[in-house]
Design a protein around this ligand. Structure first.
Ligand code: PMV
Length: 324
């Protein structure tokens, strides 16, 4: 069999209304819907080559050969692609990201969306956006949101067929920027896959999930109307609610560092003085400070003066996953 190769690029994304907990683990059907924005410039490039030569799949990430659970996860994902394409060839996967993995910058989102696109193309499949998003979801839930461009909503859906992400506004709709405040680039202790499995042990998860349609509507409308005040309030509330669930699960998960809280407080105080800024935090200690693009340099300069801040990266609104 001739080698079949494709390369894809996908951006990471930051969730404004968070996905936390699955109603079905294997299919990664989420407990609730979510909304995010793609992050331009925080990207993963992945090449996939299927050939009859290898005995098993191989994976390199940033030039390092990966074995164990990391390879197993990619292997399981490639099995889905092989099944869809009716092939049984092994794959060589080479992936490169330009941001740290496992530190709350949704590295798996960019990784599995790029892998979904590159692997299906290399296997000879031509999937539409919804099908690609559903497939990416199987690798990592948040990855389904990195397939479409701009501002994106992952529909909770009624089952496997309708739980995928769609664009609610293109990148140019609202010039927001994410100032990513790195307070630690250490790999987090509990990855999100294990974290999702604990969500249901928190007595607060039921209330968080039940209230999600309301938060989704407020956030969607705030984005569509470019209403920063309404947006800031709902984004911070949603992040606080997810972390309240994390901190009250069994065992509890504390992703924040003291410096994360310092950044959150500084953001609130600047907003009170009139600066359009708000914070949101994923499953890691780093803080995403959302602002308008015109203010991003000023906001980043201010954040760099805070204790324990090692780096601030600015990302604007990113486009969809694409073949390169
Ligand atoms: O896609 P996962 O399994 O890495 O989960 C992502 C979870 C959060 O980043 C905390 C929230 C989200 O919606 O992105």
């Amino acid at each position: 069999m001739p080698a079949l190769n494709a390369t894809a690029l996908a951006n990471s994304n930051i969730a404004f209304i968070k996905y936390w907990g699955n109603r079905e683990e294997t299919l990664r059907l989420p407990a609730n819907g979510s909304i995010s924005m793609n992050l331009e410039g925080l990207e993963t490039r992945t090449s996939v080559t299927f050939s009859g030569n290898g005995q098993k799949d191989s994976l390199t990430i940033n030039n390092k050969s990966i074995t164990g659970p990391g390879l197993k996860r990619v292997n399981d994902f490639l099995d889905l692609v092989r099944q869809m394409a009716g092939i049984n060839a092994c794959a060589e996967v080479e992936s490169k990201s330009n941001f740290p993995a496992g530190a709350g910058i949704a590295s798996s989102a960019a990784a599995f969306s790029a892998l979904a696109l590159a692997a299906t193309k290399a296997a000879g499949l031509e999937l539409g956006e919804a099908d690609l998003s559903r497939l990416a979801r199987r690798g990592s839930g948040s990855a389904c949101r990195s397939i479409p461009g701009g501002f994106v909503e992952w529909q909770v859906g009624t089952g496997e067929a309708d739980s995928y992400a769609v664009s609610i506004a293109p990148p140019g709709h609202w010039d927001l920027a994410d100032c990513i405040v790195v307070v630690s680039s250490e790999h987090k202790a509990t990855g999100s896959t294990e974290g999702h499995a604990l969500a249901g042990t928190s007595p607060l998860q039921f209330a968080r999930v039940a209230d999600t349609p309301r938060r989704l509507e407020i956030c969607r409308n705030a984005i569509l109307q470019r209403d920063f005040d309404a947006f800031a309030e709902i984004v911070e509330l949603d992040s606080n609610m997810m972390h309240a669930v994390m901190m009250t699960s069994r065992p509890p998960l504390f992703y924040w560092q003291p410096s994360s809280l310092t950044v959150m407080q500084a953001v609130r105080s600047e907003r009170a003085k009139g600066l359009p800024v708000c914070y949101t935090i994923d499953a890691g200690p780093n803080v995403h400070v959302i602002t308008e693009k015109t203010q991003a340099e000023q906001v980043a300069a201010l954040l760099r003066t805070l204790p324990d801040v090692t780096e601030v990266r600015i990302a604007s609104v990113g486009g969809p996953a694409r073949l390169i």
